[in-house]
Design a protein around this ligand. Structure first.
Ligand code: PLP
Length: 432
């Protein structure tokens, strides 16, 4: 019997998770899995954190829902204040998922230009192989395989050359490659400048590109082009933000300020669905000076239970110096991954920023894109290690992104299991 649940893979029979604590998830058979990818790069502070669990209990006993059209809640206004202080942006619009937040950023950017008398600015540009969410707006900005399934429904926005050195630098020096990236961006943006609302970038490529880190000069040049041509810069930090890469937003490390930043995943950190589009002062002021309204909204957006939960996550980040701990763990993770790559020819590259790291597997052209990464993910799972194979169908990469709170011993265990899985995969492939 297939049962009544529609899963992504209708033929799959995944184990049933029952409890989780720290970096470990346990299934009904008692098998423990080391969460080497924080779910989908979500659980930045690990599972079952008592501070967050207690906050959920207290808020649930007091107030779980009061619709925002009728009430403010202390939880939500406090969260807006704390999140803006954390990220340096000026105002927060809350939603329930990263896709909704990207969608909100799209609508806010269009509104910003309309309020300022430029209604023709309704088009967007993003990196060719980014991932920005599973709505028609998010997929319009994405080069992920999911886009192909709804190709006739999404907008055919122009794309910028993606900063993906391993695949696309070729024989060029870094400096030649970056010059070509910048020239390509200048051409794409200048050609249609009057109709563009914003450039949307992942400061570190995630679900599709697998922890690709753009050259600093490329992101800075994009910022300058946006300023020159009157476009907004949207940083999609759903995966890279909330401390995952070592700073509140990953783009902080590039010395670039976005006009809108989108955060999700690590904001609720696996304890609640919540995400936000954060706007800087200029965008906020334009909305205030214009219609004075934001037209979007979702029923559960900004509910006090999720807001209080996210506040507790921020408490943990600050009180337990989680970003600093993550930065230390990242050094160990990176060097461990490099050791594995040096030992196993199957691992062609390691890359990433902070605790958003990836390995890319060598593909000889005979395997479909993604299949080898899926096999490694399965071998790791057998050994009780969870990894995140990229979902775009354009490479064989896996994200390695455990909770920032992982201990040294747990990290060593992760690396040992990964090395073991790579070895096992190499052995089976050699057997063929
Ligand atoms: C950069 C980025 N933007 C948007 C999304 C969509 O977020 P969600 O899956 O919460 O809708 C994701 C999810 O992986 C993401 O990585």
């Amino acid at each position: 019997m297939p049962g009544h649940l529609l899963r992504n893979d209708l033929r799959a029979h995944p184990p049933r998770a029952v409890t989780a604590e720290g970096v470990w998830i346990t299934d009904t058979e008692g098998k423990r899995y080391l969460d080497g990818c924080s779910g989908a790069v979500v659980s930045n502070i690990g599972h079952g954190h008592p501070t967050v669990v207690q906050a959920i209990r207290e808020q649930a006993g007091r107030l779980t829902f009061a619709h925002r059209s009728a009430f403010d809640t202390a939880a939500l206004t406090d969260l807006a204040d704390r999140l803006c202080a954390f990220t340096g942006l000026d105002a927060a619009w809350f939603v329930g998922s990263g896709s909704e937040a990207t969608e909100a950023a799209i609508q806010l950017a269009v509104q910003f230009h309309r309020e300022r008398g430029e209604p023709r600015r309704t088009q967007f540009v993003s990196f060719r192989r980014g991932y920005h969410g599973n709505t028609l707006g998010g997929l319009s900005l994405s080069g992920n395989a999911r886009r192909d399934a709804v190709a006739e429904l999404v907008h055919d926005f122009p794309a910028l050359p993606e900063p993906y050195a391993y695949r696309f630098q070729g024989g060029r020096t870094e400096s030649e490659w970056v010059a070509d990236l910048v020239a390509g961006a200048r051409r794409v943006l200048a050609e249609r400048a009057e109709t563009l609302a914003a450039v949307v970038v992942e400061p570190v490529g995630g679900a599709t590109m697998g922890a690709t880190v753009p050259p600093i000069r490329y992101l800075r040049a994009i910022r300058e082009l946006c300023d020159k041509l009157g476009l907004l810069l949207v940083a999609d930090e759903v995966m890279s933000g909330m401390g995952r890469c070592g700073t509140p937003l990953a783009i902080d490390q590039f010395g670039v300020r976005p006009d809108i930043a989108v955060v999700g995943k690590g904001l609720g950190a696996g304890y609640t669905p919540i995400a936000a589009a954060l706007v800087d002062g200029r965008v906020h002021e334009a909305l205030l000076a214009g219609s004075g309204r934001v037209l979007g909204g979702h029923t559960y957006a900004g509910n006090p239970l999720s807001a209080r939960t996210a506040l507790a996550v921020l408490d943990v980040l600050e009180e337990e110096a989680v970003l600093e701990r993550g930065a230390r763990a990242a050094v160990r993770l990176r060097s461990g991954l490099q050791t594995i790559a040096a030992r196993h020819p199957l691992v062609a590259e390691t890359r990433g920023l902070g605790m958003l790291q990836a390995i890319e597997l060598d593909v000889d052209g005979s395997t479909p894109q993604g299949a080898r990464a899926q096999r490694l993910s399965a071998a790791a799972r057998e050994r009780g290690l969870l990894l995140y194979p990229t979902t775009g169908g354009v490479n064989d990469a896996l994200l390695v992104a455990p909770p920032l709170t992982i201990t040294d011993d747990e990290l060593d265990e992760l690396l040992a299991r990964l090395s073991d899985a790579v070895e096992a995969l190499a052995a089976t492939e050699g057997d063929r």
